[in-house]
Design a protein around this ligand. Structure first.
Ligand SMILES: NC(=O)c1ccc[n+]([C@@H]2O[C@H](COP(=O)([O-])OP(=O)(O)OC[C@H]3O[C@@H](n4cnc5c(N)ncnc54)[C@H](OP(=O)(O)O)[C@@H]3O)[C@@H](O)[C@H]2O)c1
Length: 211
């Protein structure tokens, strides 16, 4: 595994399986009893043609992984972090939580849901010493995104900007690199309708929609 090769400790987890999440949590806390930060990053990014009901399986997988998987992991580690009285959850959403990309409808919906969940989690954990930070990536050249989106940010540039924002004091509630501000504030800025229309051109990437 690539991360293990770079010297990171690794433990397998399937966030769609509660037993796997519990056993990964136990293994992590046995190895790192002072764990102070949990990043919830599970993300499948699937194309779906909503004119074909066969998309439903992709929708279920997406919600179970991106949203319910995030909730499972947060639930697994909340007692530990609250007991410590200090720590951070970092959730990972996406620019498409705020400005949909029509070929990925359930992915956008799942990320919008994780945004809302993060807001509520922050409010509920207020006073426990556990903070909640939401990382909102735009398209980043990872996981093949660069092949479908020539504007995807180089991974190193994205990581550098994220680390700069994370080191600000106080830590921002949302980590917004410059490349995602257009998505995050489209509604506020009155650019939302035009941008959704523009991004609907990406529907041509769905099989059978080229024409
Ligand atoms: N790249 C982008 O343009 C972009 C834009 C906005 C948001 N994001 C978000 O950023 C995060 C990282 O994405 P990425 O671009 O680095 O893509 P990625 O490499 O495909 O990352 C997705 C991660 O989710 C994990 N995952 C998927 N299903 C899982 C499951 N059932 N249980 C546990 N882990 C599971 C994958 O683990 P395995 O490697 O083991 O499969 C992988 O580590 C995701 O949440 C994604 O939605 C990415």
């Amino acid at each position: 595994m690539e991360l293990a090769g770079e010297g990171f400790g690794t433990i397998s987890i399937d966030v769609t399986d509660s037993a796997s999440v519990a056993s990964a949590r136990d293994a992590v806390l046995a190895r790192y009893p002072e764990l102070d930060t949990v990043v919830t990053m599970p993300g499948v990014m699937l194309l779906e043609d909503l004119r074909d009901p066969a998309h439903f399986e992709a929708a279920e997988t997406t919600i179970d992984t991106n949203l319910v998987g995030t909730i499972r992991v947060i639930d697994a580690f909340t007692p530990h972090l609250v007991r410590r009285g200090a720590g951070t959850f970092i959730t990972v959403t996406s620019g498409i939580a705020f400005l949909p990309l029509p070929p990925m409808p359930t992915c956008a919906a799942s990320k919008a849901a994780v945004h809302a969940y993060s807001e509520a989690l922050r409010a509920q954990l207020d006073g426990t010493g556990v903070s909640v930070v939401e990382l909102v990536p735009p398209a980043v050249a990872a996981a093949g995104q660069e092949k479908v989106n020539p504007h995807a940010l180089p991974l190193d540039d994205f990581a550098t900007e994220v680390m700069q924002l994370l080191s600000e004091d106080p830590t921002p509630r949302e980590i917004l690199v410059k490349g995602v501000l257009m998505h995050r504030w489209a509604e506020r800025d009155g650019t939302y309708d035009d941008l959704v229309a523009q991004r609907s051109q990406a529907l041509a990437m769905l099989p059978g929609r080229e024409g």
